[in-house]
Ligand binder design. Structure first.
Ligand SMILES: [Mn+2]
Length: 319
């Protein structure tokens, strides 16, 4: 942690990078980090990879959409919630150009790709790590920063439901609530709100659930354009892996999404099966119970067969 803090203290202008397909942990962490940098009198710009899901607009909008040339004169690049360098995609140009880099993350598969790395695989969210970091740096938080971190932590824990929640997670959340912000509204927007169009898409996806291994593996296959007929852009496609995950008897839930250059795989484990290991066989990574990878095969059928095969191995390994 010390070398990370040292770099942060010395920096005058910080570029902040969340992982591609920005989720609330990545975004909340970035907004919190940006606010803290500004409190410390530094410049701070968040570069996102592309359009952010519209449902996450409420978290904040003080970021720059990276377009290949928009990069100020930064002297530090901080990657948040990125398990490996691929997760910053084309923004690697910024990372390389600055050449002074920090990586703060909670994916235990993290490849420690930066000059200084603060990785804690036991933390439920990157937001939980930042809370510790800011404490160590003796930063006085405010209600806005606390809200950002709360959104990060609550999101990656499924509103404190997942097995990654530890007593420390709850202590962190409790400390954040002390700052006073509308946590119920944040939770409602994060977990209990969806558009009618998204609900209709989910109904269609539910119809198509496939079962393998006596129903222990349940898969949905979709296309990033599946939302078009409902007026949903590809960025705004809701989380679909939760649909098979919630069905009784599911031990591993899979979502296979056809994207431009292959198939994006999302894996969730309800039991002892290690889906991070399965994801790693495809060059991906993540957590034991939530992982992902991108497959470059020709057809959805090929992707489906390959993934189901790995999931069966994961099930066997858990027995
Ligand atoms: Mn995360």
């Amino acid at each position: 942690m010390d070398s990370v803090i040292d770099k942060i203290i010395k920096a005058k202008s910080v570029a902040i990078l969340p992982h591609v397909n920005e989720d609330p942990d990545a975004l909340g962490s970035c907004f919190a980090f940006q606010k803290v940098m500004r409190l410390m009198g530094k410049e701070a710009v968040i570069y996102v990879s592309g359009k952010i899901e519209a449902r996450l607009d409420f978290i904040g909008n003080d970021y720059v959409m990276y377009n290949g040339d928009s990069c100020y004169n930064h002297d530090l690049c901080v990657c948040l919630d990125c398990g490996d360098i691929e997760r910053i995609t084309e923004r690697k140009v910024i990372f390389d150009k600055i050449g002074n880099t920090v990586n703060i993350d909670h994916h235990f598969t993290n490849t420690r790709f930066a000059d200084a790395n603060y990785v804690d695989g036991t933390a439920a969210a990157t937001g939980e790590i930042l809370f510790d970091l800011f404490k160590e740096m003796q930063i006085t938080l405010n209600s806005e920063i606390a809200r950002d971190l709360y959104i990060a932590v609550s999101s990656d824990t499924g509103c404190f439901k997942y097995s990654n929640v530890t007593p420390k997670t709850m202590h962190t959340a409790a400390s954040l609530l002390e700052y006073g912000f509308d946590h119920a509204e944040a939770a409602r927007l994060l977990f209990d709100t969806e558009t009618l169009e998204a609900a209709k898409l989910k109904a269609e996806i539910t119809e198509g659930i496939k079962s393998y291994a006596d129903g222990k593996i349940k898969v949905v296959v979709t296309d990033e354009r599946a939302g078009e007929k409902y007026g949903i852009s590809k960025e705004d496609i809701p989380n679909l892996v939760d649909i098979p995950r919630r069905i009784e008897g599911t031990e591993i839930a899979v979502c296979i999404k056809h994207i431009d250059d292959g198939f994006r795989i999302n894996l969730r484990s309800n039991g002892a099966a290690d889906v991070a290991k399965a994801a790693m066989t495809f060059g991906g990574g993540g957590h034991i119970k939530a992982a992902g990878a991108t497959l470059h095969c020709d057809t959805a059928e090929d992707a489906l067969n390959a993934v189901v095969e790995e999931c069966k191995k994961a099930l066997e390994g858990a027995e």
